[in-house]
Write a protein that binds this ligand. Structure first.
Ligand SMILES: CC(C)(COP(=O)(O)OP(=O)(O)OC[C@H]1O[C@@H](n2cnc3c(N)ncnc32)[C@H](O)[C@@H]1OP(=O)(O)O)[C@@H](O)C(=O)NCCC(=O)NCCS
Length: 238
């Protein structure tokens, strides 16, 4: 296989059990390989071909190859044999049901895949771009109490808090399976200092969140239920 995880125990995906979450990370340039495309289904290959820019095709093929490799190793199925379908709001799921949840996220320079047996999981990664942190965008995406917590911050601290909140909010939307526009972004709120959900339409204490800075340019957040015993994170390479 073309993708492996040099820092991980050989059997980390095979032995993944309830209470474990596996997070695979990849630098799309470093982890790319021509064979990745052969793992993808005809539909995925067609979607891959529709991206106009090579950097978007690369992000897509590395993300979907890593998802297939990780799920295939955990389930003991060939990576290319996995079938996916869209659930409610377009949330991807395996077409042959398995007792696990998975989610993927990609942004410029980083791909992340999370797998959690007998759990629900959502993951989001974002590239830090200070120019995105504008008054208008803050007002569009954050709840009143989130805006209040950002208000007294100096610029550098605000940029960090912005992407922490953004990835937390996305991880929550993604674990719930909400696509764009299903839940208003001010209908739930996080405490950015404690990285926890404080207000939500469901029970906010149901969810455990982990935040990380996998590189200086990237933020990551994972949302899981039930609370995991451990989250194992490893970088992929070819
Ligand atoms: C899918 C969605 C939930 C996240 O998209 P995104 O952050 O742009 O993209 P990410 O890279 O993190 O995730 C994309 C992946 O999530 C998965 N996904 C798709 N629909 C999903 C859903 N309803 N729930 C969970 N995961 C979903 C897919 O695997 C997708 O990968 P693909 O596009 O290569 O097939 C998107 O529909 C969305 O609503 N985004 C914007 C929400 C928003 O306004 N956020 C503002 C800041 S809080």
């Amino acid at each position: 296989m073309t993708l492996h995880f040099p820092t991980a125990p050989d059997d980390w995906l095979e032995t993944l059990g309830p209470g474990d979450v596996a997070v695979g990370l990849a630098d799309p340039e470093a982890a790319d390989h021509p064979d990745h495309l052969t793992l993808l289904s005809a539909d995925e290959q067609a979607r891959h071909a529709r991206y106009h820019f090579e950097r978007d095709r690369q992000l897509y093929r590395v993300a979907h190859a890593m998802l297939r490799v990780m799920l295939g190793r955990h389930l003991g199925w060939p990576a290319s044999a996995l079938g996916f379908e869209e659930g409610e709001h377009g949330r991807p799921r395996l077409s042959t049901p398995a007792e696990l949840d998975f989610n993927l996220s990609h942004t410029r320079g980083l791909v992340a895949v999370a797998i959690a047996p007998r759990a629900e999981v959502g993951i989001d990664v974002e590239e830090v771009r200070a120019s995105r942190v504008t008054h208008n965008l803050k007002k569009t995406v954050f709840a009143p109490e989130e805006l209040e917590s950002l208000a007294p911050m100096a610029r550098a601290q605000e940029v960090t808090a912005f992407f922490t909140l953004w990835t937390l909010k996305e991880a929550y939307l993604k674990v719930r399976g909400f696509g764009m526009g299903v839940l208003p972004l001010d209908a739930f709120a996080f405490d950015v200092e404690r990285a926890c959900l404080v207000r939500a339409p469901d029970d906010p204490t149901r969810w455990t969140f982990e935040i990380d800075r996998p590189t200086e340019e990237h933020h990551l957040a994972v949302a899981v239920h039930p609370a995991p015993k451990q989250i194992q994170t490893h970088w992929a390479s070819t």
